[in-house]
Design a protein around this ligand. Structure first.
Ligand SMILES: Cc1ncc(COP(=O)(O)O)c(C=O)c1O
Length: 396
């Protein structure tokens, strides 16, 4: 139909037909319900955002480098910020990562999009943990891959399944979150990290290591990334979202040189560069504050909330419900018995004034009917107690 006949017609790219159904609209709609306690989202606790400190850093950038901060810059990102990231890897993990190996991105979510863009042809296989991060599934889906899910065991992705998929499916990359996974809250053992690194050596498959939560371990001890054991096969992404503030939209990716060059071209075409003002504020902030101290405080508070939630799962919910035992991060996962459906729990929860995240959007197949993700970072102790009491009524 033409414009003249009254209604415009829109022709969308066929990739739009391959996107998973978005659950976020539903979540935004229900979060308007007055008095609702939500364990469904994934926000850090905003009370940890250092308003004074970030404001002072912004003022200094404006006064001292205002015009530069408002100018265009290079795609790879502000060098002093990449140097700070490099120094932090050395200090925290003993890793030698040159600033030239790092590309700044507009939140690590952008890395998900650009990595899939440069590596994936329609129909190529992407391996992903099962369940996997919803935002990654959404970002990758635009490139029309075939997903292949790897179930976890206690130590991380099941190594036998991984081996089989690597050799049978010839995947372009494997996406995983070894530290406090979203949605399950599971952390891979060091042994499993080494095993994954080793088996990738014999393949052309890259590993995309998403480290969104590595600085939020409750015991404060950093875990070595898979990248340490196989830097040539690993892309490692990080972010300031969970440890400083997500609104600054600043993350990074470290990748082998050839991959980084391709990534840089895709980034240039996408947005020229990330917000320079944000990058300069962060650099100033990192140079004048002990950001490790802030993330330690955050992790300590999240540990408390996680413990309260875990105890209440045991005390208030039926024994037939199993749960993960996170050692860091912001999420835990419940597994329901066969008689219950996660969507039913979701809808009944809303009626009782508590929102949980059904597992379905975290699966690239028909899984997720028996799993529920709970977020413990964004609710106070009081809210967790009230919310869990409301949730227990759903199971009565
Ligand atoms: C596992 C994981 N990766 C990436 C992101 C994206 O974070 P950002 O773009 O703010 O760095 C998130 C956000 O919650 C996440 O949970």
């Amino acid at each position: 139909m033409s414009l003249r006949e009254g209604k415009p017609t829109y022709r969308f790219a066929s990739c739009m037909n391959h996107l998973p159904v978005s659950f976020l609209d539903e979540l935004f709609r229900i979060s308007a319900v007055p008095g609702l306690i939500s364990f469904a989202g994934g926000l850090p606790d905003a009370s940890f955002f250092d308003l004074e400190g970030i404001k002072a850093a912004a003022d200094r950038v404006f006064q001292e480098q205002g015009k530069n901060a408002l100018q265009y810059t290079t795609t790879d990102g502000y060098l002093p910020l990449r140097e700070e990231i490099s120094k932090r890897y050395k200090r925290r993990l003993g890793l030698d990562i040159n600033p030239d190996e790092i590309q700044i991105v507009n939140g690590s979510q952008q890395s998900l999009d650009l990595v899939a863009k440069i590596l994936t042809n329609p129909g190529d296989t992407i391996l992903i943990e099962r369940p996997g991060y919803l935002g990654a599934i959404e970002a990758f889906s635009f490139y029309r891959p075939r997903f292949s899910g790897i179930n976890p065991d206690k130590e991380g992705p099941d190594i036998e399944i991984l081996k089989t998929r690597l050799f049978e499916d010839n995947p372009v990359f494997f996406y995983g979150i070894p530290n406090s996974q979203n949605p399950s809250g599971l952390t891979w053992s060091d042994k499993r990290r080494r095993e994954v690194a080793e088996i990738l050596s014999d393949t052309s498959c890259l590993f995309y290591e998403d480290d969104a939560f590595g600085e939020l371990f409750f015991d404060g001890k950093p875990r070595q990334p898979v990248m340490r054991y196989n830097p040539e096969k690993t892309m490692l992404s990080g972010s300031f979202s969970k440890i400083i503030a997500p609104g600054l939209r600043t993350g990074w990716i470290r990748a082998p040189p050839e991959v980084l060059t391709a990534f840089n071209r895709a980034k240039q075409a996408a947005d020229l560069h990330s917000n320079l003002f944000s990058q300069m504020i962060l650099t100033e902030y990192i140079q004048t504050h002990d950001i490790d101290k802030n993330s330690r405080q955050m992790a300590t508070e999240y540990e408390k909330r996680c413990k309260i939630m875990t105890d209440l799962v045991k005390d208030l919910l039926p024994d037939t419900i199993d749960h993960t035992r996170p050692v860091g991060g912001m999420f835990m996962m419940l597994t329901l018995p066969d008689s219950m459906h996660s969507m039913e729990v979701f809808h009944k929860g809303i009626k009782r004034g508590v929102a949980v995240m059904p597992g379905i959007p975290f699966y690239t197949d028909d899984g997720g009917c028996r799993t529920i993700r709970l977020n413990f970072s964004a609710s106070s102790e009081e809210q967790i107690k009230t919310g869990m009491e409301r949730l227990s009524k759903v199971f009565e």
